[in-house]
Design a protein around this ligand. Sequence first.
Ligand code: ADP
Length: 394
Amino acid sequence: MADVILVLNAGSSSIKFSAFDAESQDLALVLRGQIEGLFSAPRFLAFDQSGEQLGVKEWGAAARLEHESAIAYIGEFLRSHRGGNRLIAVGHRVVHGGRHFTQPALATTEVLDELDKLAPLAPLHQVHNLKPIRIIATQNPAMPQVACFDTAFHATQGELAYAFALPESITSRGVRRYGFHGLSYEYIAKALPHISPEAANGRTVVAHLGNGASMCAMLGGRSVASTMGFTAVDGLPMGTRCGNLDPGVILYLFDELGMNAREVEDLVYRRSGLLGVSGISSDMRTLLASDDARARFAIELYTYRIGRELGSLVAALDGLDALVFTAGIGERSAEIRRRVAEKARWCGIELDENANAADGPRISAASSKVGVWVIPTNEELMIARHTRNLIGAH
Ligand code: ADP
């Protein structure tokens, strides 16, 4: 019977899970999967480390599955899988750690109470991230649980990078830039010394381009600036989020269009970005395959804005030694990387076309002044590592 660490990433209607062998030195993946559509047509899928399907279950179109039952199902599947596994700890992805949680933390009741207070700073994620922690604490109070924060990696940023130009009466309440996708950036920072010492030690911009998207400027592997700010809606346009927006637009939506706060929230988080601009889809593959002029414009805007943000981060770093692409679009779309690189020729970036088509790892030409890399991220493994470290196992 193997000791495993379970990693959960819970959203409003889905729970992603991965289990890692806590006895293997590099935390080998045992299985991973998800339950999606919790409140309409729930569906469980699990795969082994090589992508072979291990299990599938559907509850029917009319069924609803509460988070409690979903977690119990995942736990039972894990315990009974292949001769049985013994769950020794659970690590959770928690989007916001606020000012105080700059390291992963054991999820005690006091910690959870503090984290609850950050819900308004991440309205789409925080409550859902915390829910499974409380459920497991009730079902199994002795189980060690660790909360790992998407903000924590950015705690090294200086005051200038995180300050808003607002009065202190506002900023003293924690209204500042935090930055997100920190578990992904931390994984990349830890991987870089093995891949490119120059990128690990130098001035590096990492572009995490998934459904959510952001970029991080790192100096010697530490975050010095990022495109996401107070919330995860800032910075680059994303699948459905708008990214940077003049605050005057929000006032216009309130005053002239009569929208309320929830309607604006829905607009900027769920109806904007690639989906909003194209009117077709939030999925980059669909847009790249489309001949529609709106799809083309959405992609143009996406890469233009990445180029602009890259310029800003290069200024924050006072130069650039390496650029790293990661997450769904960054890892798999040679076309998007090509377009971004084209807009970044001014800073000495030249791609090797063949290496780019093959998804790297190094995709810059020998003559490029900046090393360009494709590095697959692994936020779940990062959470498992933190969890093992914090519970002091093995
Ligand atoms: P999440 O942020 O939800 O973890 P991912 O990192 O998986 O998401 O990224 C999802 C995005 O990656 C989607 O826009 C999807 O279209 C895009 N993507 C995945 N594979 C490809 C591909 N081969 N070419 C272009 N885009 C891709």
